[in-house]
Design a protein around this ligand. Structure first.
Ligand code: ADE
Length: 229
């Protein structure tokens, strides 16, 4: 999978060299390129923002540097997906991570300030798919941290990135429920014992207990997930 990231803070993405994603890059499973939006500006001050029409606080990112950037990055055959992190986007869920993981080319547009001039997305819609997504109901300073979270969630679903694909199956959100609690040795630690059933070696009872735990935890912490689970 190829991933391009456009940002005015390329240094945010140094974490892409670490851990599983770092190895996926050196193994050639993820081909990630980070671009500085300012390299597509033409004025002496490398300006990327301006005041909003209609007034109000803050600045808006100018459309032309974005169009120049996207014209040079989007594939001409329309196969690219433009991902725009914004608190006004659709909620980012595991199901969306799964559908992005099968795309050949993701382009992340990281906005700052009050966002990017809305005409950029109208213009881009005839050249690629556009997905505006939100990490949650809170406001970050820009799209960079959200893009990084999406890249990690999507990247680990690309075949080969996670060594043991079985570990992707029994995770929170994969079957619509939260994950069951996990334990390792020792069986008794500071007077707290691992649940007896996990020591029984009885696969059917272990599976039933884990499912019960998933349902109980989901009911307690995220009852909104139950109808779809
Ligand atoms: N940019 C700023 N806040 C955001 C959020 N909650 N999700 C995605 N992108 C954002």
């Amino acid at each position: 999978m190829r991933i391009d990231i456009v940002t005015i803070f390329p240094e945010f993405f140094s974490v892409l060299d670490v851990s599983l994603l770092g190895r996926a890059r050196t193994d050639g499973l993820l081909d990630v390129h980070v671009h500085d939006l300012r390299s597509w500006t033409t004025d002496r001050h490398r300006t990327v923002d301006d005041t909003p029409y209609g007034g109000g606080a803050g600045m808006v990112m100018k459309p032309e540097p974005w169009a120049q950037a996207l014209e040079s990055i989007l594939r001409p055959d329309g196969s690219s997906t433009l991902v725009v992190p914004t608190p006004a986007g659709t909620p980012f869920k595991q199901s969306l991570a799964r559908s992005l993981a099968v795309e050949p080319h993701l382009v992340f547009a990281c906005g700052r300030y009050e966002g990017i001039d809305a005409r950029v997305f109208e213009w881009a819609a005839s050249r690629c798919s556009v997905v505006e997504l939100s990490l949650g109901d809170y406001v970050l300073n820009g799209g960079e941290v959200a893009a990084m979270a999406v890249i990690e969630a999507v990247g680990r679903l690309v075949p080969g990135v996670v060594g043991n694909p079985e570990s992707l199956v029994e995770e929170s959100h994969e079957d619509g429920l939260l994950e069951y609690p996990s334990y390792t040795k020792p069986a008794s630690w500071r007077d707290i014992d691992v649940p007896e059933v996990l020591l029984s070696g009885h696969h059917g009872r272990v599976a039933a207990w884990r499912h019960e735990q998933q349902v109980e935890r989901t009911r307690r912490v995220r009852p909104d997930l139950l109808p779809d689970a």
